[in-house]
Design a protein around this ligand. Structure first.
Ligand code: COA
Length: 201
C-alpha cells in the first residue's frame, strides 16, 4: 500500500428545473465564453488551476507537462465544438479560472473537468460564478439534467472545496466512492447508490 493515496470520488447531478442561486464575486471579475485566441493564455494556467487538489493526478499522469498536454487537448476540443463551451474568468488581462460545459442528447449536459480557479484567487466567489454561468448556458440551451463529466475527487477524510462548491450550488451527490491511487484504482467501498433516477425525457 506504499505511496498510494486514499481518495474519494464523488459524482454530482443538477436538475436545472430548480432555480439557480444568485452569486456575486467579491472583486471585479469578468465571466465570458472562451475563444480559440484564449488557448495560449489557458495553457499557461491550466495545470496550476487544478493544484494542489489534483497534484496526485499530475504525479500519476507523469508530471506537469503531460498534465498540461492532457488538459489542453480537452480544452482545444471544447473550443472547436459548438455544443461545448469553456467559460473563463478574467481579472484585467489575466485568465484566473475556467469551467467547461457540454450539451448532449435529449436534454442532458455535463460540466467538463469541473471548475478550476488559480490558487491566489480562490474563496472570492469566482468558482461559483463560473459554474453558474456554465449551468445558465446549459439551461438556456434546453438542458435539464447535468452531471460532472469526470467525477470530482477529494482526500478520503474530508470534503474538498469542489465538493463543497457543487453542493452549495444545488448539486446532488449521486455516487460516492473511496479508492486508492495506483494500479487499477481499486475501489474498496461504495457508500451510496444513485439516489436520483435520471429519466432523459
Ligand atoms: C473548487 C474551486 C473551483 C472553488 O473555487 P472558488 O473560487 O474558491 O469558489 P467560491 O469562492 O465560489 O466558493 C464557493 C463555495 O464553495 C465552498 N468552498 C470553496 N472553497 C472552500 C474552501 N477552501 N474551504 C471550504 N469551503 C470552500 C464554500 O461553501 C464557498 O461558499 P462561501 O464562500 O459562501 O462559504 C477551487 O478551490 C479550485 O480551483 N480547486 C482546484 C480545482 C478543482 O479541484 N476543481 C474541481 C474539479 S472537479
Amino acid at each position: 500500500m506504499k505511496n498510494r493515496l486514499k481518495l474519494r470520488n464523488v459524482g454530482f447531478l443538477w436538475d436545472l428545473k430548480e432555480p439557480l442561486p444568485e452569486v456575486r464575486a467579491k472583486n471585479k471579475v469578468t465571466i465570458r465564453a472562451a475563444a480559440p485566441k484564449d488557448r495560449e493564455r489557458l495553457r499557461k494556467i491550466v495545470v496550476e488551476a487544478y493544484l494542489p487538489e489534483w497534484s496526485w493526478w499530475v504525479r500519476q499522469i507523469g508530471g506537469k507537462e503531460r498534465a498540461r498536454a492532457d488538459l489542453m487537448s480537452y480544452i482545444s476540443e471544447f473550443l472547436r465544438d459548438r455544443k461545448k463551451r469553456i467559460l473563463v474568468a478574467e481579472d484585467g488581462e489575466k485568465i484566473i479560472g475556467f469551467c467547461g460545459a457540454a450539451k448532449h442528447y435529449r436534454g442532458t449536459g455535463t460540466i467538463g473537468y469541473g471548475v478550476a480557479v488559480l490558487p491566489g484567487f480562490r474563496k472570492r466567489g469566482i468558482g461559483s460564478m463560473l459554474l453558474l454561468a456554465a449551468l445558465d448556458w446549459l439551461k438556456k440551451s434546453c438542458v435539464r439534467f447535468v452531471k460532472l463529466e469526470e467525477e470530482t475527487f477529494g482526500f478520503a477524510n474530508k470534503d474538498s472545496p469542489a465538493i463543497l462548491l457543487y453542493k452549495s450550488l444545488g448539486g446532488k451527490v449521486i455516487s460516492d466512492q473511496i479508492f486508492f491511487t495506483g494500479t487499477g484504482m481499486r475501489r474498496i467501498r461504495k457508500t451510496l447508490p444513485p439516489t436520483i433516477p435520471v429519466r432523459y425525457t
